[in-house]
Design a protein around this ligand. Sequence first.
Ligand code: UDP
Ligand code: MG
Length: 314
Amino acid sequence: MKKISIIVPSYNEEEALPKLYERLTNTLSNISNYEFEILFVNDGSKDSTLNIIKDFRKHDNRISYVNFSRNFGKEIAIMAGLDYAIGDAVILIDADLQDPPEIIPELIKYWEEGYDDVYAKRKSRKGETFFKKFTSKLYYKILQKLTRVEIQKDTGDFRLLDRRCVNALRKMRETQRCSKSMFSWIGYNKKEVLYDRDPRIAGKTKWNYKKLVDLAIDGITAFTTSPLRISTYISLPTFFVCIVYFIYVIIKAVKLHMAIQAFQAIILLNLFFFGIIILLIGIIGEYLGRIFNETKNRPLYFVDEYNGEKEKNI
Ligand code: UDP
Ligand code: MG
């Protein structure tokens, strides 16, 4: 029988967990032909989250947990979930019931049809401010402009991943993680499932705008090194202005038989050296970007299918 691991990153979720457990197990009881593991990653909660998980475990041996030594953040909690999950597929789900467990059968259905990454796409987002929705929309537009990798809009981490995806993600051990971009980066057959995103059932969101800005910056820097190119882009127009101004000053001097004035020389020199300095920063940026990409130590590719003789050894 195939096994599916449900990964629940949890940070101070004592109020939400009992409700999650109820709805999750209700859903699972209607799904036959699969074994389930419910893997909680307790991300250094300061409330009784861990005890609640241990209580679940007492009467339900599908439950397992990883308890972090401190709070490492959701991204790392997800990674630990992927490391410890034993299923043939995993489902990532938030503890606060913003991701309705009821669509799990649909996720599994598409997995059976051969999709590797069945992601849940939000049709609506209740309980979120206009500003949050607006900024998030704008952000993904910018992110998509910056990269060639296709980014799934209006999706979070709520998804089913086949073992192949899990193994791929586990090879990406960078510390500054942005799992959303990684799901896109690894590729494989993707399928979207639509759902309505509910407001958080209990407790408070762990996000605030500072964290969101951090996440946005992490997202962009994890996806692309193009911000490093900004200085190259600035230096070129600077040189252009410098040259135009240079020609203007010379022509004026020749035509009107006037000596070049001090302020003109200063402006010219400024433009010239400013341009050179920015250009040099740009060059450093280019190398820095390459070092950045190398240090991530990502696999170069993932293979979907191969029909030859060579034994798979990675
Ligand atoms: N979470 C976590 N570690 C953290 C912050 C959040 O494991 O440092 C978990 C949290 O318990 C929840 C999920 O990540 O299961 C999503 O968090 P939250 O609901 O606060 O984020 P939002 O839905 O507002 O984006
Ligand atoms: Mg939430």
